[in-house]
Write a protein that binds this ligand. Sequence first.
Ligand SMILES: Cc1cc2nc3c(=O)[nH]c(=O)nc-3n(C[C@H](O)[C@H](O)[C@H](O)COP(=O)(O)OP(=O)(O)OC[C@H]3O[C@@H](n4cnc5c(N)ncnc54)[C@H](O)[C@@H]3O)c2cc1C
Length: 606
Amino acid sequence: MSASHQFPTRSVHLAQHPARLPSANISDDADHASISTSAIQRLSTLSIDDLTDDAIWRDTCALTGTLRTFYSSSRVRKVWEKLSAKHKPTNFARILGSSHVTRLGPHGCWVEAMFTFDIQEPRPARCSGIIGLVPSSSGFQSNEWKIWMLSTILEQPEGFRNVDELEPQPSDTKAASVHAGHREKYDCVVVGGGIAGLCMAARLQALGLSYLLIEKQATIGENWRRNRYDSLKLHTSKSYNQMPYEPRTFREQDPYHLGTADLADGFERFVDTFGINLMLSTELTSGSWDSDTKCWSLKMMSNGSNFKTTASHCVLAVGNQGVKPNMPSYPGRDLFQGEIIHGMDWRNADRWKGKGLKGICVGSANTAHGVIADMARAGFQSITMIQRSRTFLLPTSTFSALVDPLYNYETPLPLSDRMLLGYPLPVQRLMAKAGIKMCADASSEYFDRMEAQGWDVERDGDLWGMMYDREGGHFLDLGSAELVADGTVTVKSTLPVGYTSKGLKMSDGCHIDGDVIVFATGYTGNLKDTARRVFGDTIGNSLEEFWQCDEEGESRGAWKYTGHPALWYTGHGFAHARYYSRFVAMHIKADVDGKPFETYTETPSV
Ligand SMILES: Cc1cc2nc3c(=O)[nH]c(=O)nc-3n(C[C@H](O)[C@H](O)[C@H](O)COP(=O)(O)OP(=O)(O)OC[C@H]3O[C@@H](n4cnc5c(N)ncnc54)[C@H](O)[C@@H]3O)c2cc1C
């Protein structure tokens, strides 16, 4: 990140960042509590000898006022020294019971603990952190352990309410939450009432800010109920997908994999429980920024009439609105006599039920498997899946083995989020890879059956790379892989070269018969396109992209400075939207209070 903030920044794949997991030789009876206590206490006088050469430090708004990751002992030390002089961190203390030896089979081993500390200036704040330690022959004199990984996180600035706590509204006021009126001025307008917008709105409410959440659909959750395929189940678990705050939105009696109705019902419960200030059937159509008054003027269309409001900040939580289907084109389209559908428009296969049709699905990731399962239920005579390239297959048992210990009804959500998302992103990536590899090694028969049918399997893929670099493309199997493994679905791995009247001609000269062809081939476009459409080219062209990683291994644009001081992006997966919304809310609160976070933008040379 340069001081001049030239946006958009270059995207760098997560795997390219210089991180590794240490495989230290640490015995089971290592005194991790005293090892970590000693290291944590030394943070107030950190020296280069306390760090491994390849030490990595991520700061989430505590000292840098934004999301930054620093690599190498020399840079970490320089930045730490500079920012410590400014913020005067103190009271470093291990969180009791948080220390342990992390073991990832042959892929990693270190001592880890969580800690708290305070910063004193310019605005006092409570912070937390995670520290990773490996033994060394020199370093912390008392016990000879060095820091290989450090994470620091802003928890609560003085004078702020706790952004992780929100009281349910009393039941006698509940009817008032979804309303039709609006004020002339808000601290923040949040656009889009999906998971990201709802989390954002609740965080702003927790901090006592005035806000309006607008959603263009007529009911909350309609995007899930109507615009996604009917049989869709979230691939991640219910506990991972929770909304912030207690009581938990998704209840013990809800299914482990939430369906679209479970999700939409949960969104409505959340609005009702916390009295979220929501206007439905309301769309942001355009907006302009007044740099003198530092205010947005926002034009809305609500139930057919226009109105204007103003806001100090605007958060875009519009999801994949405006994205375009990625639709391969082949010659002979006019010849084909069947139906062609893109995965984005797929709802179900009901209208073909019992007709004995032949289905083709181009693509092999999550949506493609939803489509073939629907086709199988509708009794298609044949189903062919065209797998264009090797696909990362993640059985749900692997997801559960790795994620359920973190996300469950016993562990407080704020703690779960820090234990998954608090680490530097390249470290998160490596930890996920190591866990997936260990599970994959134990599931070879499952993968073998897929391969026996010609499905090209990536067994221990790079989940974080898929999420950050490609935004998908993997297949988290909730059961439909069995349709491939048992031969119900035929796999073809050559590429289509053209249509015929009855299907697709393939590059190996074969023909695949099909009456219905579904392209589960993804989409292109992102939040920035919506920003440009709504706020115009001048603002739009100055903005950062949304998503993929920057040169430091932080996500571009999301939950931090976008290129405009009062415009924010939020979105992505459920856990990400939930966790990072807390930082955007604190940024907005600090600005509304007249003391915006000072952002550290330097990158000292090493
Ligand atoms: C099929 C599918 C399965 C998925 N499964 C998972 C999963 O298992 N786990 C996971 O973590 N993620 C999953 N995801 C990703 C998931 O969709 C996103 O994580 C999440 O929905 C993003 O939420 P969002 O609030 O950013 O966007 P959305 O859910 O798209 O919500 C955006 C909202 O903004 C509204 N809106 C748009 N423009 C305007 C405007 N101008 N004015 C007012 N309102 C507007 C829309 O109507 C919409 O309600 C899945 C995605 C898909 C498509």
